[in-house]
Design a protein around this ligand. Structure first.
Ligand code: SF4
Length: 687
């Protein structure tokens, strides 16, 4: 019995299913997961959600990639690491030689660790010589980051989950928080129920948190910027703006006020198709709340005006003085576990780690000195531009880790067509994803439970995860694979543990200056910016905003209509999003038996009005077609959606929703406008 007990191991880890950053003790015996226990996490304490508690068994699934694969004809054959890595280094080297470094693109995983990502962007910049490096926040939260960069200076949540729980008013916009960020939603629900917190939800769909709200209103999709600007105008018109705060901390007030002129309540009511009384009621709630936190997600960002609408949120927070205090601020809810970290460590085409611009000569010289090589001075391509550059012949080879771009990017057929044109494509992942089908080499990586490292959660919280299981088969941690490729391209790196990468990054990155593995030991966490002495900062803006004079900026905005609206042929509006039980395209959660059994069948949500008009009932098969693609699915009639809006979970049995969504993108960041797609619905004869 004693021998058996000795084989039982208890290891601290961090959940990989969303940006809340819940941490757990995982109890294992050999490769078997015995139990998962929330214990001491700063983000979750003893709370948990279904994915965090039960979603780990995929690590032992028979589909795990365990050996490198090399394309042979229409299929793949297994290969040794030596052969696969030599081929990758040779092909990337040839592309660099023949077409220049900018003919290569690198995509970093937002599920992998900060250290994995740091090394991969270093490979792109210092070994290949390109700033063509990006991560999947391009598909979700880049517009939120842009909105915050413009107005307050840092692309991060301005406080902590604690602040959200303590706030007098929580305004949730375009976020199905209950299903997408469950543990955070629990905090809001508890504060609302027990502590008198007011809850206002703006969302076209009546999901669970909307049902609980004191006020739920349903703006016409793509019009959020208008009602948000109208709120700011109303504050000034009624004299509700926080005058002392604005005078001390905010620039650009006059130009901003002038820009608000068109955004009357009448205009907002007409454009957003909302009762004016509701808008005024919401404005009064905001004006009288001592503290307000705004939570937002893809319903705001995945539009052509995603950055501008995010900016409008931050403008409103400035006008109402809801920064620089506990219980206040801007909270874009990060989707992947390490979306925040991937941006922080420089997996962006314009920034080195810590949002230090590649175009700043002094910053560049610092990195050149540390990395011992010349670095490219121009901003690189984001992942959307990389796909377009394949079609124009500029992009020849890509190295992509832990991102199923074929299922995640918009206009899936366009992405697949691009990948087919690449001279060389290497994909690193834990399963053979849709994207792997287009690869020349597939490299088997290890998931979080099999590696050491750190993640940075939505509240800028840096946390340690520890290796609970040995690497399965021949799979390896991402950083080891990247290092092996770099060294075969002549880099001469000799990292032996992720702590060395963090130490290197901290020395080069003021935001992470005081971060070390020692200070993150066990359940210890740090919220950036972290001063050299290890002092962290739960409230992001204390004595200054992140601009040279320390003042925030109000950013004037204009409105234009969405790129696609329903018309005579494509007469319905398609919305899309997550299900509680599954993570995104489902590569991991589909391989957890317990979750798979519990998951409701996939469906297209159709409003009772539309069902009546088309004479259909739940369970009826339909074909949904957009200008870009088509899929067949069953209908669920529900009042969660209204009128001519239909809703599809991210992955249906017949394929990703992304075959339907188009190539329109947010003006400022290239984030796909997933939420701006017009479709038509053909009722099929079979029942
Ligand atoms: Fe994981 Fe997010 Fe659930 Fe926490 S709320 S357990 S981080 S999926």
């Amino acid at each position: 019995a004693k021998m058996r007990e000795e084989r039982i191991k208890q290891t601290k880890t961090v959940c990989t299913y969303c940006g809340v950053g819940c941490s757990y003790d995982v109890w294992t015996k050999d490769r078997k997961i015995l139990k998962i226990e929330p214990a001491h996490g700063d983000a979750n304490a003893i709370s948990t959600c279904v994915k965090g508690k039960f979603g780990w068994d995929y690590v032992n699934h028979k589909d795990r990639l365990q050996k490198p694969l090399i394309r042979e004809g229409n299929g793949f054959r297994e290969a040794s690491w030596e052969e696969a890595l030599t081929l990758v280094a040779k092909k990337l080297g040839e592309a660099k030689e023949q077409h220049g470094p900018d003919s290569i693109g690198v995509i970093v995983s937002s599920k992998a660790t900060n250290e994995d990502g740091y090394l991969m962007q270093k490979l792109a910049r210092a070994v290949i010589g390109t700033n063509n490096v990006d991560n999947c926040s391009r598909y979700c939260q880049s517009p939120a980051t842009m909105g915050l960069f413009r107005t307050v200076g840092y692309g991060g949540d301005s406080g902590s989950i604690e602040d959200i729980a303590a706030s007098k008013l929580v305004l949730v916009i375009g976020s199905n928080t209950t299903e997408s960020h469950p543990v955070l939603a629990t905090r809001v629900k508890r504060a609302h129920k027990l502590h008198g917190q007011r809850l206002v939800v703006a969302d076209p769909r009546e999901h669970e948190i909307a049902e609980r709200a004191d006020i739920h209103f349903r703006p016409k999709p793509g019009t959020d910027l208008v009602w948000l600007c109208a709120m700011s105008k109303y504050m000034f018109d009624q004299g509700y703006e926080k005058k002392a705060f604005l005078a001390q901390w905010v620039n650009g007030i006059d130009a901003f006020r002038a820009s608000l002129e068109p955004f009357t309540m009448e205009f907002a009511a007409a454009t957003c198709e909302l009762p004016m009384a509701t808008l005024i009621e919401v404005a009064e709630e905001i004006a009288k709340a001592d503290t307000m936190c705004v939570l937002w997600a893809m319903g705001i960002t995945q539009h052509v005006m995603g950055s501008d609408s995010s900016t409008a949120i931050s403008n409103l927070l400035l006008v109402t003085g809801n920064y620089m205090r506990p219980g206040c601020g801007a909270y874009p809810l990060r989707g992947h576990n390490n979306v925040q970290g991937a941006g922080d460590i420089g997996a962006m085409p314009n920034n080195y780690p810590g949002y230090q611009p590649v175009t700043d000569a002094a910053v560049r010289e610092k990195f050149e000195a540390a990395w011992g090589t010349k670095l490219p001075p121009e901003k690189g391509m984001d992942n959307h531009q990389m796909v377009d550059a394949i079609y124009s012949g500029k992009m020849k080879a890509m190295y992509l880790a832990g991102e199923d771009m074929n299922s995640a990017d918009s206009n899936a057929n366009h992405v697949a067509g691009g990948f087919e044109l690449l001279d060389f494509f290497v994909v690193q992942d834990i399963f053979f994803t849709e994207t792997c089908r287009y690869a020349d080499v597939v490299l088997p990586a290890s998931p979080a439970l099999e590696k050491d490292g750190t993640f940075t959660s939505t509240e800028r919280r840096i946390q340690r995860l520890y290796q609970a299981l040995p690497e399965l088969g021949e799979s390896r941690a991402d950083w080891k694979i990247t290092q092996d490729i770099a060294n075969r391209m002549g880099a001469g790196w000799s990292y032996t543990h992720p702590s060395e990468m963090m130490a290197e990054m901290a020395a080069l990155t003021p935001l992470y200056a005081g971060v070390s593995y020692e200070r993150l030991e066990g359940y210890k966490t740090l919220q950036w910016p972290v001063a050299p002495d290890g002092t962290d900062q739960p409230i992001l803006y204390l004595e200054r905003f992140n601009f040279p004079d320390g003042k925030a900026k109000l950013h004037p905005l204009t409105y234009r209509t969405p790129m696609e609206s329903p018309d005579a042929e494509f007469d319905l509006f398609l919305n899309n999003g997550r299900l509680l039980e599954h993570f995104h395209e489902g590569n991991m959660t589909h391989r957890v038996a317990g979750i798979q059994e519990e998951t409701p069948e996939r469906f297209l949500e159709v409003s009772p009005e539309l069902a009546e008009e088309r004479d259909i009932e739940s369970g009826r098969w339909v074909r949904v077609t957009s200008r870009y693609g088509s899929l067949k699915i069953k209908v669920l009639v529900t009042a969660r959606v209204q009128g001519k809006q239909v809703y599809l979970p991210l992955l249906s049995q017949e394929g990703p929703v992304n075959v339907l969504t188009g190539s329109h993108t947010d003006d400022a960041t290239d984030t796909p406008a997933f939420k701006e797609t017009a479709v038509k619905m053909l009722v099929l004869p079979e029942r």
